[in-house]
Ligand binder design. Sequence first.
Ligand SMILES: NC(=O)c1ccc[n+]([C@@H]2O[C@H](COP(=O)([O-])OP(=O)(O)OC[C@H]3O[C@@H](n4cnc5c(N)ncnc54)[C@H](O)[C@@H]3O)[C@@H](O)[C@H]2O)c1
Length: 167
Amino acid sequence: MEQCGMTILVTGVAGFIGMHVADRLLGEGRAVIGIDNMNDYYPVSLKRDRIAALQQRHGKLFTFAELDFADMDALKTALAGQTVEAIIHLGAQAGVRYSLINPHAYVRSNLAGHVNMLELARERRERHPVYTLPHPSMAAMTCCLSASRTAPTIPSRSMPLPSAPTN
Ligand SMILES: NC(=O)c1ccc[n+]([C@@H]2O[C@H](COP(=O)([O-])OP(=O)(O)OC[C@H]3O[C@@H](n4cnc5c(N)ncnc54)[C@H](O)[C@@H]3O)[C@@H](O)[C@H]2O)c1
């Protein structure tokens, strides 16, 4: 398919959600630059199969960069000279129990890496409109806040129950 729209950066593109988001965008004729570090939290072969499927289905519309977005230099090098009009940030260390086994993976991807993505968006905003979706880890917070009409930080008020599952 010919490109008919913006180029979108999708992080976590080898992941369950990232792959399907990229597939949908590519199917609509948008170019996608996908980033993933192919970590082994679950079988890497599954992630490689997803990337191969995107490449096979969408050809040149899809560009894949295997890198860790916690590495700002690698991120900037991979995107040098590329025009990105929107960022969909779905790359993350998912799961909860695994944080007890490998807490550093969460710090690297969900804190350092997430800040890198925000900084990338901020840097590029001067020349291109860049949209970032709220990070999934914050989506849980949004669900929680949506259950209350007032801020949960008011000392006299207890936190509302989350309106979505938290595990
Ligand atoms: N799948 C669900 O049902 C669900 C539900 C609610 C929220 N979420 C959240 O949505 C996000 C994506 O979920 P998913 O199911 O697609 O997870 P996933 O683990 O399948 O995909 C995440 C991808 O991000 C990549 N990644 C992680 N750290 C990276 C880094 N530093 N640099 C580059 N790539 C990196 C991983 O290799 C992986 O392919 C997660 O934050 C998850 O917590 C998922």
